[in-house]
Design a protein. Structure first.
Length: 343
């Protein structure tokens, strides 16, 4: 009898500890990253901030798909933040205050408070977000940017291989764009996984981007984070050099805007058939062969090579970081579990 009891107790322990006996997810937790929780409250707040909350036209499946994309972004951010912590690269209070004051400077107190209300944030929320962003940027700078080196030989090799592209048969304009559309495109892969779902969300999103540009944020980085052009979002919105004759075939308002801008200037919001655009004129070039000795040619080549290496290293670094992290996505599990049960 004692032997039977002992065997039964051992069997019970094995059954309780076996993988088949799933533990219930922690209350209120959407995901765990290396034993640190991302809560449903955080997920909901970010959903509201990114203007992807439920609308009359959005189905439950659409809303859950949006939440999955946002949660993936939060998970990736948390993975990088923990790496920054481990390497002692967290932004200090003075970093946060300096960036906070930069953002606040263009506004009166009433205008700034209104901006926070529109983003459903308070000052503490914004400072916490800035600390995360600045810490992750310090990590990226140390682990990626500081390791990129573009030599004179690299520039010369690129020029010789692409010399014909520097011979301009007519005046050209080097343009970058940020595009926001009212219809989500599944092929869009911006860094934030952010896509407007309808006309109202598209308008609010492009207005948010315009505000951040006025605050001095980098055009290329905002394009990588938020642009919905599947062809240019990953390279900072760069459309390359466009012949002036091609602009004649473009939207009249868009053409007039491009021709009125000087190098380095950013356009106001332009509403076109595809959606909403903000353009940046990087340079305007006359016709003729541009030589390697031209500083603008060298700078353009260096920027292209730097951007290529930067994007490649970032993509690889993110994949390595994900592989090394222990992530449990309880929200995704709940969706697959509900599908399996026929709910």
């Amino acid at each position: 009898m004692k032997l039977y009891i002992a065997i039964s107790s051992s069997l019970l322990a094995v059954l309780l500890l076996s993988p088949g006996c799933k533990k219930s997810p922690p209350a209120g937790v959407a995901a765990m990253v290396n034993n640190r929780p991302i809560t449903y409250a955080e997920l909901e707040k970010n959903q509201q901030f990114q203007m992807l909350a439920a609308t009359d036209k959005a189905s439950d499946d659409q809303i859950n798909f949006q939440k999955l994309e946002i949660l993936r972004t939060l998970i990736d951010s948390e993975i990088l933040l923990q790496r920054a912590e481990k390497l002692g690269l967290m932004a200090v209070d003075s970093d946060v205050e300096a960036r906070f004051n930069e953002l606040k400077a263009p506004y009166t107190k009433e205008e700034f408070d209104r901006q926070l209300q529109n983003r459903k944030m308070n000052v503490d929320d914004l400072k916490a977000q800035l600390r995360r962003e600045l810490s992750i940027q310090k990590l990226i700078n140390k682990e990626i940017t500081s390791k990129i080196s573009i030599t004179d030989a690299d520039v010369t090799e690129f020029y010789n291989a692409n010399k014909a592209s520097f011979n301009l048969p007519e005046p050209q304009v080097h343009i970058a764009q940020i595009l926001v559309t009212p219809q989500p495109d599944p092929s869009v892969r911006n860094l934030k996984g952010d896509k407007a779902q309808n006309e109202e969300q598209a308008k609010k999103k492009i207005q948010m981007i315009e505000v951040r540009l006025r605050q001095g944020e980098d055009f290329a980085m905002l394009a990588q984070n938020f642009s919905e052009d599947p062809n240019t979002a990953t390279n900072g919105g760069d459309l390359g050099f466009i012949p002036e004759s091609s602009l004649e075939k473009a939207n009249v308002e868009l053409r007039k805007m491009v021709m009125s801008l000087q190098a380095g200037q950013v356009s106001p919001i332009i509403h076109t058939q595809e959606g909403y655009r903000i353009l940046k004129v990087i340079s305007k070039e006359p016709a003729g062969q541009r030589e390697l000795s031209d500083p603008r040619v060298q700078q353009s080549i260096r920027e292209q090579l730097l951007n290529r290496k930067d994007q490649l290293l970032k993509a690889a670094y993110h994949e390595v970081a994900r592989n090394e992290a222990k992530v449990v996505n309880y929200f995704a599990q709940s969706i697959t579990g509900a599908a399996g049960s026929g709910k």
